[in-house]
Design a protein around this ligand. Structure first.
Ligand code: NAG
Ligand code: NAG
Ligand code: NAG
Ligand code: NAG
Ligand code: NAG
Ligand code: NAG
Length: 488
């Protein structure tokens, strides 16, 4: 097992750019200040997150500048810069590039903001482990999020990008992309007295729910089940700095419908809780044993997906993938099979995806677990089942089973002194009543067809070359499937 610094080195290196994205459409939602029930609960800000499965992530509708310009940003706990798309960004003015990387979501025009300031030209450059990235200037302006106005926030202004929306990186300031350290959004939230400590809680909710929530400065005891347990965030082995939300995964096992437990881990491993990553990436040895046990077909290097029989959804409704953290008395998160087996392949097939002809099952789903070497990420397929409290000030993570589709709210503030409080959520999962409008099917929007069976796994573009010409040579199937898989 390699150290976490591998991840950091990978993040820092300007790795080859690869294909991303979809054809997202701006989806305006109002952001509201969470009004707690008493005045003591004032210092929290709740920002709704739009669950866009097709878009592969959770988008926050925020605004930047004076007067405010609405922008949509992907929420990413795995990085630490906020950046936005310049209205003149190369991607946003090229149909060819957008055809491949997805159509630009809302952009920002610095000329239209009276509070815009330049920090330094051409100094912003970020690249993510999936090879995507953005470059441009560092600027400062007001960011309004969840009803809080953060003034003079340093942000990247992307002029060249392979990602079709900006990002809201809410990690440790020590991990900003800039070689020159700066106070990031979590620092300013506290410095400007908006919240009492650098903390937030993330509730992604059910796979099928339209929205999740990030609550800055507090936690909501109606959104989880049982006791909230805390574990330590692990520092980087080499530098001793806190740069990512790495925690100890002490055990990963499955519980079958009949109660049989099958353990897949023999030792604990560090994993990073990463909302900017669509799937869950486990060590190859563990993932391969899971694939074997489930008859899954690893086609990730071709179509980007691991295929699995949809039959698991109906034949094994009580099957769970169980993750235990921080030792034998640590929190356990059970991920139900219908959060880990995704019925999204038919949508891709409709727009041209060819699944391998030798799949041993007919009803094809994709698996929410993939293998990776070097670093391991618990992305959205894991996170939706968890209520996660991030306390950057005290270097702790709080974890509890998510109470899916919860409608009630009871907010508790997180202070520097209290850290993550010792609280208990609801007693059991709220009952869900089916409404006529709910539609659990994942639909995929796209244009063109995937007539190229090229190897998407080896698709690569030199990062320095952001030109449209490189796009043409890439496997078009990845513009369909890879489009919905982020690793940010
Ligand atoms: C998600 O993105 C797709 C693709 O662009 C778009 O069509 C859809 O409206 C978006 N859905 C939501 C709920 O924002
Ligand atoms: C935030 O700024 C907007 C104007 O951009 C203003 O209307 C609003 O009242 C401000 N909110 C707070 C809480 O200061
Ligand atoms: C951005 O791309 C343009 C061409 O599309 C290129 O001329 C320019 O140097 C690039 N800028 C950066 C900062 O890479
Ligand atoms: C949550 O709501 C969705 C519809 O939005 C439904 O499909 C799902 O079954 C519900 N989940 C639970 C655990 O009740
Ligand atoms: C329980 O289910 C598992 C997986 O389906 C199966 O391998 C095992 O034999 C079953 N055990 C019993 C006691 O039925
Ligand atoms: C799985 O194995 C690990 C390592 O041997 C152990 O610590 C853990 O308790 C086991 N989990 C279960 C559920 O048996």
């Amino acid at each position: 097992m390699k150290s976490l610094s591998t991840l950091l080195a990978l993040s820092a290196a300007l790795t080859p750019a690869i294909a991303q994205r979809v054809l997202p459409v701006s989806f305006a939602r109002s952001t509201q200040r969470q009004s707690g029930t008493t005045t003591q609960k004032r210092a929290t800000f709740s920002q709704e997150l739009n669950n866009n499965l097709t878009g592969g992530g959770y988008y926050a509708q925020v605004s930047v500048g004076t007067p405010p310009q609405a922008v949509e940003l992907i929420l990413d706990t795995g990085s630490s810069d906020v950046w936005i798309l310049d209205n003149n960004a190369n991607l946003c003015s090229s149909d060819k590039l957008q055809y491949y990387y997805g159509y630009c979501l809302s952009t920002y025009n610095p000329d239209d903001s009276s509070t815009y300031e330049i920090v330094s030209d051409d100094s912003f450059s970020i690249s993510y482990v999936d090879g995507s990235g953005a470059e441009g200037d560092y600027i400062k302006d007001t960011l309004s999020i969840g009803g809080a106005n953060i003034t003079s926030l340093q942000m990247g202004l992307a002029e060249n990008t392979t990602i079709n929306s900006g990002l809201l990186g809410v990690g440790f300031a020590a991990n900003v992309a800039s070689s020159k350290p700066y106070d990031n959004i979590m620092d300013l939230f506290v410095d400007q007295d908006l919240i009492p400590s650098q903390s937030y809680s993330l509730y992604l909710d059910d796979l099928r729910a339209e929205t999740g929530t990030i609550l800055f400065g507090g936690l909501d005891t109606k959104k989880f089940i049982g006791k909230l347990k805390t574990v330590d965030i692990q520092a980087d082995e080499d530098t001793g700095d806190y740069t990512s939300f790495a925690v100890e995964l002490s055990s990963m096992y499955t519980t079958a419908d009949n109660g049989t437990i099958k353990n897949y881990t023999s030792t604990s491993i560090p994993v990073i809780l990463d909302s900017g990553t669509t799937l869950t990436y486990l060590p190859t040895s563990i993932a391969n044993r899971i694939f074997d046990a489930f008859g899954a077909y690893d086609d990730s290097s071709y179509t980007g997906l691991v295929y699995i029989d949809c039959g698991y959804l109906t034949n094994n409704p009580d099957l769970t993938f169980d993750f235990q953290f921080g030792g034998t008395s640590g929190p356990i998160i059970k991920v139900p099979v219908d959060e880990m087996v995704l019925d999204n392949v038919k949508g891709y097939q409709e727009i041209g995806l060819d699944v391998p002809s030798d799949l041993p099952f007919d009803d094809v789903c994709s698996f929410g677990i993939q293998s990776n070497s070097g670093y391991y990420l618990l992305g959205d397929t894991f996170l939706r089942s968890a209520y996660v409290v991030y306390d950057l000030t005290n270097k702790k993570i709080g974890l509890a089973q998510s109470n899916l589709n919860a409608t009630e709210t009871d907010i508790v503030e997180i202070t520097k002194e209290s850290g993550i409080p010792d609280v208990t959520g609801v007693a059991s999962q709220v009952a869900y009543t089916e409404t006529a409008t709910s539609n659990p099917t994942v639909t995929v929007t796209g244009t063109g067809s995937a007539d190229d069976s090229g190897n998407a796994g080896t698709r690569s573009v030199p990062a320095a070359n952001w030109e449209a010409v490189t796009v043409a040579g890439l496997a078009s199937v990845f513009s369909l499937v890879g489009a919905s898989l982020f690793m940010l």
